[in-house]
Design a protein around this ligand. Structure first.
Ligand code: SME
Length: 204
């Protein structure tokens, strides 16, 4: 099957649960032979963005952004010699969430998650290790507006379970919508399973 067909959604789907199960299976097929997180997150953002655009269970074309913010420590460090970049400058930076693979219009590139400085839905989902469903972004304290057309949003943390039973949040999965209450609890359940699949299909 051509890769682009992975996001095709059958017209006969009756429930959101069926929609998310279909998207999950398609994504599983797409990610099964790749463990690089940049590649996997890129195709995941594209698949979910296009699947929601074709979904008979969602308002048509209201999902305007689907993408990832990943903790900065997981990005490659600049390949400059210590003589040109003092080591302290690199090590003293606060850890941030940095813009990762996405589909949609350009978005803010970094989000502060440091104590006392954090703001926004992504940072809250990251710190709380819980999904945050926002029916009206204007009513959410600290919401960071990347696109004035966005009216609602959902952010799901990407949680990696370690062998010793602990867990680490590697980043967040963020979806924006131009309608109020564009996502609901069923979407949240589906997206949390997708987030698990993406995390467990990739090396971090
Ligand atoms: N609204 C997010 C920022 C990211 S954009 O939606 C793509 C927030 O409040 O964290």
């Amino acid at each position: 099957m051509p890769h682009a067909d992975s996001a095709l959604i059958p017209k006969g789907l009756q429930t959101k649960a069926e929609f998310w199960q279909t998207a999950y299976s398609q994504l599983q097929g797409l990610l099964h032979d790749q463990r690089n997180w940049v590649s996997n997150l890129s195709n995941s953002a594209s698949l979910i963005y296009n699947a929601l655009g074709d979904s008979p269970l969602h308002d048509p074309k209201t999902t305007n952004w689907v993408g990832f913010y990943i903790r900065s420590s997981l990005f490659p460090v600049p390949r400059l010699s210590p003589s040109t970049v003092p080591t302290d400058d690199v090590q003293n930076h606060d850890e941030m969430l940095l813009l990762g693979p996405f589909c949609g219009r350009p978005a803010c590139q970094s989000i502060n998650i440091s104590p006392g400085k954090r703001r926004g839905v992504c940072a809250d989902a990251f710190i709380k290790k819980q999904s945050v469903l926002v029916p009206d972004v204007e009513a959410y304290p600290g919401h960071i507006a990347c696109d004035g057309e966005t009216k609602s949003e959902i952010v799901v943390p990407l949680i990696l379970l370690l062998d010793d039973g602990q867990s680490r949040v590697v980043g967040v999965f963020d979806l924006d919508n131009t309608a109020l209450s564009g996502f609901d609890e069923e979407d949240q359940r589906g997206l949390e399973k997708i987030a698990n699949l993406v995390v467990n299909s990739s090396d971090w």
